[in-house]
Design a binder for this molecule. Sequence first.
Ligand code: IPM
Ligand code: MG
Length: 399
Amino acid sequence: MTRQEQINKAKEHFGKLLERQFDRIDMMKSTKDFIDFKSLDTIVIGVAGGDGIGPYITEQAKRVLEFVLKDEIDRGKIQFNMIDDLTIENRVEHMKAIPDDVLDELKKCHVILKGPTTTPRAGDPWPNIESANVAMRKELDLFANVRPVKVPEEGIDWTFFRENTEGAYALGSDGIHVNEDLAIDFTVATYEGSRRILEAAFDYAKKSGKNKVTVVTKANVIKTTDGQFLDIAREVAKDYPGVEWDDWYIDIMTAKLIDPKRRTDFKVVVLPNLYGDILTDEAAEFQGGVGTAGSANIGKRYAMFEAIHGSAPRMVDEGRAQFADPSSMIRAAAMLLDHIGYNNEALKLQMALDICGQFEKKLVMTGRDTGATSSEFADYILETLSSSDLEDKYNSYIK
Ligand code: IPM
Ligand code: MG
């Protein structure tokens, strides 16, 4: 191909990408309101175990939900929809991040509890299909990735609002390999997309009484997309006069997160997709690692709750899957409860998780037979949750 032909081919590809983004903007503009769970007769919870250790730990989280929601299930307000085919094998067979029939099943639900799913990367035995979570976030327009990190005894109480459908991820599988010398990826920021995540963060800061938002970008260098994100933050902030806000660049933010004097100042943090991906792994480490963190992916119509770690196929290969820590999925279940309106139940479950995982630690998870099994740990959480002195116990630890 001549140089001119290469340029033309790249332009044509780029044109198609723009068309898809225009469609996405139209879709965002036409979905204004969040679903109202109170008005639903039945809330359908989809349970997709994923693969690797996913089905093992998801089963435990489902048990916890069944326990907490027993009366609601009995009276038909809550219904489960089991979706077993979101596995790497099935996805590879269809050569799709999410096979069509699985996507149809997911769309029949209101909220989804999702176990980890294997994301192939170069060198793996699997073909290079797109990550199932990234695809689900896009397909169901789950634009707010909410990731709380708490270490009460150190005064850490962060809630990250990671933009989840745009940035470097939007076209992560659609870059242009112009020729062997030149590869180009794209970062996408739409007005609508930036505005809705910023609003979600400011809104949460206001409603939760945290009243403080930190906006993180690299707007000094990535001037167009991050620059716009920051401009819109200024605009949104005007609508929330009671919420204090500041802005940081991602590099220094990453450093300040480990500064004990500074880090307790951060409360609600809102940031573009890739920075959010990285910073939330760092943040989760303070709480005991990614295995302990849950993650909510929230859109106006759908929402999906997951662990922030991967599917750990090695644990399955080595016959240790039953020793996988279910805490992350149970945290995800707690966020699901909160999202669909069972706020008090969610709070208690979070307390039980903190007591079992961080304070009392009567059982420990080691990922092998030197520690507890997933189901023993889930039993421990259920016992703690049902004990009459749950709140007193929790308060005695955080003082
Ligand atoms: C996460 C994960 C995913 C992401 C991977 C598995 C594609 O790291 O949820 O943070 O990058 O978003
Ligand atoms: Mg990540």
